[in-house]
Design a binder for this molecule. Sequence first.
Ligand code: BES
Ligand code: MN
Length: 450
Amino acid sequence: MIDLHAAVEAVLPGVRADLERLVRIPSVAFPGFDHSHVRDSADAVAELLRGAGMPDVRIVSTTAPDGTPGQPAVIARKPAPEGAPTVLLYAHHDVQPAGDLTAWEQDDPFQVVERNGRLYGRGVADDKAGVMAHIAAVRAWGEDLPVGLTIFVEGEEEYGSASLEKLIEEYRDELAADVIVIADSGNWDIGHPALTTSLRGIVNAYVEVRTSTHAVHSGMFGGTVPDALTILCRLLASLHDDNGDVAIPGLVSTEASPLDYPEERLRTEAGMLDGVEFIGTGRIVERMWTKPTATVLGIDAPGAQESANALQPYARAKVSVRIAPGEKDMDAYAALKAHLESQNAWGAQVTVSLDQGGNPCVIDATGPSYDAARDAFAEAWDGVRPVDIGVGGSIPFIATFQELFPNAAVLVTGVEDPDARAHGPNESLHLGEFARVCLAEALLLRNLVK
Ligand code: BES
Ligand code: MN
């Protein structure tokens, strides 16, 4: 049997160099961005998988149900040795937009910079390190892979994976596996691994308010004619009660694991200013993982600086509701829509429309594959056993995998630590933790055949 600790150690410098190469490709799948970069990053991932010895590597795509062309995904396969299980390794090669460039400490978010044991750059953690962890495991094993592998690296996760469900259905036979590893979450803390066993779902919706055919003078007409932006603010304020709990009736809440998330830790991780209070009631992990939350993501209205003294005839907001495990996304959307439409909007026309839904999931993490994963994690983290965590973020297609492959064990792993700042400026990857994630994945493949 090969010494996996030494084998992973030996491949890490090359893995890091290739990670930096991937980060330099700004593969943003959002509309309005140059999607040739997403194609380039799919090509780069395919080349890395071929180079790692995967014999059958293909770039595939399909169209979303609404007809928009899907982004390219990479499927690489190596058949299972006689009697061994097949393992599907998932990650995504698309990334969030860089956002506010002035908030980055580096000039170019798509160049990798190392500081204090971390690599900084857009996508370096979410989720290009997930891609490279899979490649690290394959490189470490070389010719002697003990399991069959299917590596599936998708290209539109950050934009909601609109075509993914169809893609998974179209390539169902190729993707079928006994164990599915989704490397797109994170660990409990630096030095403390975790298995993610629940994720919230998501409902993003637009709320539009119309009051008049045109804007009018706010002095002349103010006090009698209502203003669309003011009404929108009242609607948005109705999403929470005074405690900061979500006030939309009918949404599901469930209980979370007994883990304690110290308030001081949360305060520091989120960079909360002195005096700012936490919102919501109940234990911290429940508020973050198993209760709904509502956020106003953006508002279309005149900017403060350029605004005129006028009553606005129209305003629009995008609202995001994260939904608890056990909720159905379209039930939550119906509850949100009914709630907003039932508010007193002084007779204004209120239109609620769906942008995107995604289901939550819960994983029953019991059985031999989960034991194999826990042992692999404990070995990679020098004896520290993983905890089961929930996360407040969403990976909606996990529910699709669970439906299509009901007998597969789903292991949600990943490289993110609490300071990774995925989606924000100065996203980063902790190099020490990344090395452990790579080792844990190589060890997992061994443990699955033990
Ligand atoms: N990697 C995240 C999901 C995640 C978030 C895992 C937090 C662990 C902790 C993923 O890339 C993501 O951001 N997903 C989107 C899904 C949405 C576009 C449907 C999200 O949660 O906003
Ligand atoms: Mn991700």
